[in-house]
Ligand binder design. Structure first.
Ligand SMILES: *Cc1c(COP(=O)(O)O)cnc(C)c1O
Length: 421
């Protein structure tokens, strides 16, 4: 479900024509739909509303889309934030996410990032190694506080997703191996500056099958039961994010939030603790598109190349994960073409789609890469000295540039000539 539709022959984001935006902003650019973000958050939050102790936390995974306006839209609806760096923490706070709804995850938090989280008064740290327990204890001690933390568990569950977005397998760098988590919790409890209060897991992204999540939750439950039996309070259980979104119109959609919530309700029955969720992609994936211009169409020996003004530096997912984005014309016409859609970057991996059957487009036309709201602009780079792609947000008939295209002169200004040159 999204708010990108063809109206009067032109694709619109809610009430705004993407052709109008392209003329005003230039291509490529990302466009986000406020109504879609709000709807997805509402559907998810409503689905999990009564679970656990009745006060679940939905902490949006900021890395999926850290744009300030996106975060502020979610903050106004009551969302929390799952952050993985000091930079994301600063963004969440700047967007108005209350500190007591912020969770700090990540395998390599640095002492200065921990200190920033402690000073802001965040809800909890999800600690991912025994070494990190000692680090956090030391930083908290210098601040003279006792910080709430959860143990992030590596549950050794294969989530059945792409290897590069799989985080729960035994050999993944994430979390503490589950057989050592009880001991790690006890170690943490021995530090006066730490208050271990929960267990957490996040097994991967773009999950389309609920059973690995269910087995992961089962393992968290066993761990929590063992800890409780040993006299440790386990008041919070963070089940992570990972719910998939439909990328292809021609394939079955992943489970709906209501189905996911019913599974969680079943798997956590009687636990009597605060449940925490960290959805990212599910909230923003379908709420964004990337609009690009077609520079030219080039005939190869066996392929027809559509060369766009967007490159892998603007939308990395296809070259990084082999990900699929539906590609649609902003002004669809009758007929079909088969084309390999590529960017201008000097890498063979700068390919968005290979021999794709799509609406016919030609030089000067504009296209939209659908479902680009998650892990899109946030992964953009300036490779090939290309400007950073701008972001636009739409709400009804209104629109605003919410991240500027940086200009070549500004990029050049970051460099300096070494004094000996
Ligand atoms: C990336 C991440 C998420 C969000 O994953 P989605 O697939 O976008 O829902 C949640 N929690 C943690 C710890 C993450 O690293």
């Amino acid at each position: 479900m999204d708010h990108f539709d063809i109206r009067d022959g032109v694709m619109h984001a809610e009430g705004v024509s993407l052709e109008t935006l392209a003329a005003e902003v230039g291509t490529p650019f990302y466009c986000y739909s406020t109504a879609t973000i709000e709807r997805h958050y509402r559907v998810f939050a409503d689905a999990v509303a009564g679970l656990g102790d009745g006060n679940p936390l939905v902490a949006f995974a900021v890395k999926a889309n850290p744009n300030l306006s996106v975060l502020a839209t979610l903050a106004r609806m009551g969302a929390g934030a799952d952050v993985v760096s000091g930079g994301e923490l600063a963004r969440a706070l700047a967007a108005g996410v209350p500190a007591n709804r912020i969770v700090f995850s990540g395998v390599g938090k640095q002492p200065h990032e921990m200190a920033a989280g402690i000073d802001a008064g965040i809800l909890q740290f999800n600690v991912e190694s025994e070494a990190e327990i000692g680090m956090l204890a030391a930083v908290a001690a210098t601040r003279g506080v006792r910080v709430d933390m959860a143990i992030r568990v590596n549950p050794a569950v294969n989530p059945g997703t792409h290897a590069k977005i799989s985080t729960g397998g035994q050999d993944s760098k994430f979390g503490i191996p589950i057989e050592r988590c009880h001991a790690a919790f006890v170690t943490a409890a021995g530090h006066a500056s730490l208050n271990p209060i929960g267990v957490a897991a996040h097994i991967g992204s773009q999950l389309t099958d609920l059973s690995p999540i269910e087995s992961c939750i089962g393992r968290l439950g066993e761990l929590a039961a063992g800890l409780r039996a040993a006299g440790h309070p386990v008041d919070r259980i963070d089940v992570g994010g990972g719910l998939g979104v439909p990328y292809r119109a021609d394939q079955p959609a992943p489970p709906e939030p209501a189905v996911y919530a019913a599974m969680v309700a079943r798997a956590t029955k009687g636990w009597n603790c605060r449940l925490m969720f960290e959805p990212g992609r599910m909230i923003v994936g379908n709420a964004g598109v990337m609009v690009a211009g077609v520079i030219l169409v080039k005939e190869g020996t066996t392929k027809t190349f559509v060369v766009t003004d967007a490159g892998m530096n603007d939308l990395l997912r296809p070259s990084l994960y082999g990900a699929w984005h539906d590609i649609r014309a902003l002004r669809p016409v009758a007929g079909r073409m088969t084309a390999t859609v590529v960017g201008p970057v000097c890498e063979s991996g700068d390919t968005f789609a290979d021999d794709r059957e799509m609406e016919p487009v030609g030089a000067g036309d504009r296209i939209a890469f659908m479902t680009a709201g998650a892990y899109g602009a946030t992964m953009a780079s300036t490779y090939n000295s290309r400007p950073l792609v701008p972001e636009v947000m739409v709400s009804g008939d209104r629109w605003a540039i919410v991240s500027e295209r940086n200009q070549p002169a500004a990029m050049l200004a970051l460099d300096a000539l070494a004094p000996w040159l």
